[in-house]
Write a protein that binds this ligand. Structure first.
Ligand code: 5GP
Length: 120
């Protein structure tokens, strides 16, 4: 079962402009901004504009247009940041065991150094 969406989560506030964030990319479906506590030299978060708690919620409930728009936005953000040649890692924590902290779907983009093994 997915938690109900909480309009007071920090990424909802960033979407509404109530908390500042550097808007690296924005379109109808997605917003990208730097992570406030970067875990790699480049650490960007990409979020859908819709009210989706998690990857599970989004993949089950979002429209085809939202899913396509969001996936294309994640790729474009990485491409436009010059990350394709050096390489990058995507990660979307979902639920308790994953340590998801913010209950609005976000895809992390990690890059800028050799990232090492997947799980720490
Ligand atoms: P999670 O653990 O949910 O996958 O990741 C949440 C991420 O959001 C963390 O990497 C954390 O640093 C980032 N974060 C939390 N609050 C803020 C904020 O107010 N602004 C930005 N830019 N990032 C945030």
């Amino acid at each position: 079962a997915t938690l109900p969406y909480d309009d007071q989560n920090v990424f909802a506030k960033i979407l509404r402009g109530e908390i500042p964030a550097t808007r690296l990319y924005e379109d109808e479906y997605a917003l990208a901004f730097p992570d406030i506590n970067p875990q790699s030299p480049t650490h960007i978060l990409v979020i859908p504009k819709g009210r989706y708690v998690s990857w599970d919620d989004f993949s089950a409930k979002a429209s085809d247009a939202e899913i396509t728009g969001f996936v294309r936005a994640v790729g474009k953000v990485a491409r436009d940041a010059g990350l394709v040649a050096p390489g990058y890692r995507l990660l979307a924590n979902t639920g308790t065991d994953s340590h998801q902290e913010v209950p609005h779907l976000h895809v992390h983009i990690f890059a800028g150094r050799a990232l090492g093994p997947l799980l720490a």
